[in-house]
Design a protein around this ligand. Sequence first.
Ligand code: NAI
Length: 650
Amino acid sequence: MTATTQTRGDVAVITLDNPPVNGLGYETRVGIVTGLEQALNDAAVKAIVITGAGKAFSGGADIREFGSPKAIAEPNLLSVILALEASSKPIVAAIHSVAMGGGLELALGCHYRVTAPGAQIALPEVKIGLIPGAGGTQRLPRVLGLENALNMIVSGEPVPSEMLAKAPGQKLFDKVIEGDLLDGAVAFAREVADKRPLPLVRNLKVEHPNAQAYLQFARNTVGAMARNYPAPPKCVDAVAASTTMKFDEGMKFERENFIALMMTPECKALRHAFMAERATTKIPDVPADTPVRSVAKLGVIGAGTMGGGIAMNFLNAGIPVVILEMKQEALDRGIATIRKNYEAQVKKGKLKQDKYEQRMALLSTTLNYADLKDCDMVIEAVFEDMAVKEQVFKTLDEVMKPGAILATNTSTLDVDKIAAFTKRPQDVIGTHFFSPANVMKLLEVVRGAKTAKDVLATVMAIGKKIRKTCVVSGVCDGFIGNRMIEQYSRQAGFLLEEGCTPAQVDKAVEKFGFAMGPFRMGDLAGNDVGWYIRKRRYVEKPHLRYSKTADLLCELGRFGQKTGAGWYDYVPGKRDAIPSKLVEEMIAKHRAELGITPRKISDEEIVQRPVFALVNEGRASSRKASRCVRPTSTWSTSPATASRCSAAGR
Ligand code: NAI
């Protein structure tokens, strides 16, 4: 059993003990119900405390159980909560560190709740495509009021317990306990032991002066923001039910919607992604307790598109950064972009002015490698050219202190070759950020043949610190993400040749749910990056077919936003993509030269061609990467991609 029960005089203490976060899996649920029965049958017990061992009260349902018979096996979470509610002796939930999802719903079923300050309180189900399914949508509005509860449920974001405890009129927490939580909770349980009737959240009313008008406003806003995701509007519907339906009817409504959402492809995909992201943190031969090196100061070489964004990640995490460039103008340009990005955040109210200033104060610049000598790690983000990388890494080998980690942000070059430019290949690793580097969550950590295990562990840890999702890749051409993007972009290029405009492709792909279509993405990241890569690749492999439209674009100097023009036109200082007559004419001319008669292409085909290619290459590449293939310049297309392409005539 993963919940234990002990008595402290006349108070029984049920402790959830299912590491790492006291997930409410089957055994834990049995443990709670058994402990409850024991406490109810013990005449000496007057009150009960439920608490969590270790680093959480409870992180919620055990999503590994989802879809398995264990998830619904009795006692399921709803039955456990009903049993707590029905207890004839008062139950106090003692919350520390984390009460999320089912964990918070369990606490809401208790008669009282006390909390340590700083606990993270959330109903994050929306993030995996669900609504809370064990009463969260019905009970949270009753204790926090309609607006606070709806905000938490629709965003899924955690809120610190002390902040919630200060909300006017809140009934979520009965007490904030500053000292030892369990001692405080037991004392509180004794205070309330004889009070009757026992307070139940279900008996409270949802407070709001004009609930229906507010809910209509919320429906409009959430509907617009949710785009293709079905769960957020369902969160609003379920919370709305708490204002119009009787409690038990509301519970039934919540349950039906929860179960229906569980079957949607969006929910299945989000749950898969959730589990997959966790799986990426485990590296079979690098155990979690591998010692890590300290990274207190970072050097960045190159203040271009990537260098600036990479630096921002570290500044945001409070780590001082020195950026090195070849020329003062390049440094000035890079720093101005960093400032502009931060200022935009300040303007939008996403960053406070004093935080912006603190971050900029951590940033210094240099034209001299000697200024990097006290950095614990350096990330190189210079031009994608082996000769330039060679010169940079030979210099780094001379100036960096022993044990410093030397990382390259190369997109396609052989990390082992780069490591061989130094006398310390064990300290060399790839850190492949995605553009814009300060925004995109993915960080490919490229493990070289000689990369030391503690270097890999350190970079994984630092990646987590700067809030990236780190995925380890072996050394291979394009790693994982770019191999996928290559196949995606290839199909997007063919679509132009066959009759689409860039805007038509982007619109269909964005409607499908991508934040940006392939051409807007190209303009943001810089079309020249792929151009250099293609020049190398397709000279080596002239038999590989691809669309030359992107090359023609780059020959016109239209590299994207950074040159003020790409697939689209741009007005200086703005990022709006304006369809370009010139580009459309360029495509039409190229199409005519190829002898292709343009055809009308459906949105479905526009989405499927690039997205299927992306998925298939992802599967093929990640299988290879997980086996850590050694250098290969082969840019393979998986058999599945090939069959799709041939089905589509490509
Ligand atoms: P960029 O052209 O915007 O910036 C490169 C910067 O490096 C320039 O400011 C240049 O002055 C500076 N530089 C060149 N040689 C230098 C040297 N020897 N010493 C110091 N500074 C030097 O290029 P971008 O896009 O930032 O790419 C940098 C690296 O990141 C490349 O390896 C690229 O493949 C990789 N990368 C690029 C991505 C993108 O979307 N742009 C995405 C992921 C990786």
